[in-house]
Design a binder for this molecule. Structure first.
Ligand SMILES: Cc1cc2nc3c(=O)[nH]c(=O)nc-3n(C[C@H](O)[C@H](O)[C@H](O)COP(=O)(O)OP(=O)(O)OC[C@H]3O[C@@H](n4cnc5c(N)ncnc54)[C@H](O)[C@@H]3O)c2cc1C
Length: 418
């Protein structure tokens, strides 16, 4: 039996960016919230540590100060032949013209603390065994307690237990990715996105990165898309040397320095992309962030969407738990579905035709073409077209979206289970 100290309006499972922002908005709105995580904070999380312009806009909207960290705008893309292209950054009507490098050990602890300061109650424990109340999910046993709530928010990441026990996932339709990151001492001027070819004309089904970080500690990583079959995820781990060698060949990475302080070890994690194979909400369960599959299928980022969805789920609940699932699901689908369908279709095509990816990269990075498309490329794959400043880059990106949507109409699997 749960005592009154174990009864809440909302149980938020997972205190990553999605869960902490949900708990923050709920607590500010006067709800009694339990913010549960299996880990003690601060804790590491596999990530490129890049908080993009839309993520910064969410923090500003919430009135949460952005943590300290190197700020940067343009990015450098380097292709398999070593050809480079600078993707320009530009502030838009709804987001700033820069991103921030913030280690997740810092960002996540800060967001969680904001939620606790607003009144959310921390619970350390794994949500596992469910508690049923009146025939529906009414909470979980966690941290030695039976924590009960009217509404459950699943913010427990890509492999969400909440999504599974609520029956919201169709495993055969989920669009998976896997990425691994590590740190090393390296001064980095511009963030780099890199493609290379482990065998001729067969690029990795993903990309590598080299991002600047605080105190001259760079974040490197490799991410791959696997589709529904997760067995190929180990390619990311096996490609660590390939990325390092490619960046060294291109003169973008020096030889590792000797000594230096102890850095966090190599860490990998799953990405659940494209809002595919997961119903984001039903009855009294709402999924946010990676649990809902909100990672951008073009480039693998998900912190901004995690925070956005956390805030939206919280507001839907504050409006009245009755129709919250429907309102929240509708908002998510209206915002992300069409863009994610296009990203998923592009991903499918490039996964099925590695030679096509090799050719596409050569075309996009060609001297006469690259500079002409760089601005639109930056807007499109970072999902920055809405709110972008007027001009040629926005016009071309919008035309690309329209064309892509026309070509991919009809093949939708986003926001649905089956
Ligand atoms: C290697 C890598 C690099 C990435 N780089 C970037 C990047 O640079 N920029 C970007 O925007 N995105 C990046 N992403 C994606 C980004 O990390 C995620 O989209 C983001 O973390 C989603 O936040 P979340 O709150 O939904 O989930 P998470 O951050 O995964 O948080 C989930 C929380 O739930 C907890 N939890 C899980 N299961 C349970 C349970 N059963 N009980 C209790 N607690 C539980 C976990 O401990 C965790 O704290 C990267 C992902 C990977 C793997």
């Amino acid at each position: 039996m749960a005592g009154s100290r174990d009864r809440f309006d909302v149980l938020v499972a997972g205190a990553g960016p999605a869960g902490s922002v949900a708990a923050l908005v709920l607590a500010r709105g006067g709800a009694r919230v339990a913010l549960v995580d299996q880990r003690s904070f601060p804790r590491e999380k596999a990530c490129g540590d890049l908080l993009g312009p839309r993520g910064l806009a969410v923090l500003a909207e919430l009135g949460v100060p952005a943590p300290a960290g190197p700020s940067f705008g343009d990015m450098l893309v380097v292709g398999p032949t070593g050809r480079r292209l600078r993707l320009p950054a530009a502030g838009g009507a709804t987001y700033p013209g820069h991103a921030l490098a913030v280690p997740r050990v810092v960002l996540d602890a800060m967001l969680r603390q904001e939620a606790l300061d607003a009144g959310a109650e921390p619970v350390t424990g794994r949500v596992g065994e469910t508690v049923e109340v009146d025939g529906r999910l009414g909470g979980f046993r966690c941290g030695g307690r039976s924590v009960q709530a009217d509404v459950v928010i699943g913010a427990d990441g890509a492999c969400s237990h909440v999504a599974e026990v609520a029956g919201l996932v169709d495993p055969g339709r989920v669009r998976w990715g896997f990425a691994v990151r590590w740190y090393r001492e390296e001064p980095v001027e511009l963030p780099v996105i890199a493609w290379w070819e482990p065998s001729p004309r067969r690029p990795l089904p993903g990309y590598g990165w080299l991002f600047p970080g605080p105190d001259g500690i760079a974040n490197l990583g490799v991410g791959v898309a696997t589709g529904a079959d997760r067995r190929s995820a180990s390619v990311a781990v096996r490609s660590v040397e390939g990325l390092t060698a490619h960046l060294e060949r291109c003169g973008l990475l020096g030889r590792p320095s000797r000594g230096g302080g102890a850095l966090p070890g190599r860490l990998g994690g799953w990405l659940k992309m494209g809002l595919a194979g997961t119903l984001p909400a039903a009855a009294n369960v709402l999924l946010v962030g990676d649990a809902a599959g909100l990672v951008n299928p073009f480039q693998g980022e998900g912190i901004a969407q995690a925070m956005t969805s956390g805030a939206w789920a919280a507001r839907a609940i504050l409006e009245g738990p009755g129709g919250a699932a429907d309102r929240y699901r509708g908002a998510l689908i209206a915002r992300y579905r069409r863009f994610y369908e296009l990203g998923s279709a592009v991903q499918d095509a490039l996964l099925a035709h590695p030679a096509g990816l090799a050719a596409t990269l050569r075309v996009l990075l060609a001297p006469g073409i690259g500079p002409a498309v760089a601005g639109s490329w930056a807007l499109l794959w970072n999902d920055l077209v809405d709110g972008a400043p007027p001009g040629r880059a926005r016009g071309l990106a919008r035309a690309g979206l329209l064309l892509g949507r026309g070509l991919t109409a009809g093949g939708s699997r986003t926001g649905r289970r089956g």
